[in-house]
Design a protein around this ligand. Sequence first.
Ligand code: PRP
Ligand code: URA
Length: 209
Amino acid sequence: MSKVYVFDHPLIQHKVALLRDKKTTTKDFRQLVTEIATLMTYEATRELPTKEVEIETPLERTMVKMLDGEDIAIVPILRAGLGFVDGMLSLIPNAKVGFVGLFRDPTTHLPVPYYCKLPEDIGKRQVFIVDPMLATGGSAVEAINEVKKNGAKNIKFMCLIAAPDGIEAIEKAHPDVDIYIAAKDRQLNDHAYILPGLGDAGDRIYGTK
Ligand code: PRP
Ligand code: URA
């Protein structure tokens, strides 16, 4: 069964509150997404394996633990997921980055795939699939399908805001995938938008509306 982690850290909650405010500008919205992604990455990587490395301090040789950065892949769901990438790379600069392109059909709310480019060795990596919004869960489930089809075995899904429907959809289709969220919201509206939510994440990050 998927484990669901809700990050209730005050810094994250404060920044999510600013994101939700309709008066927040595109520039500030983008900056906040980067900051929250960085804070969430700090928490979500808590259990990553480390490797022992020998180094020399100014006083003596010693064994230290270092992150095995080559083992990580970040996979944003285009386009809004791109907002996570800079913040995550600032903490894990050696991670590889893949892309899954999906948009939601406005009538059926089902995901329409249009692009997929993943690191060749994704099967050996801890994969973080990232997208600000988990609404019906259709996009996340499809992205996980695609990444698994390409050989990935260790997958985590990270988002800002999740609706109960989206969490259930991942738990049902991919019980091996843990879910990291900044806020769990109440419900979806008739257009499958999250309430209270923050609106259309892609439009708010890129200023397209
Ligand atoms: C948004 C969001 C997710 C998806 C979530 O993308 O970024 O990918 O909707 O909805 P779901 O859980 O019901 O599938 P959108 O389709 O608006 O595409 P965009 O990122 O290109 O704007
Ligand atoms: N996609 C978004 O960008 N926002 C929602 O609330 C639901 C799907």
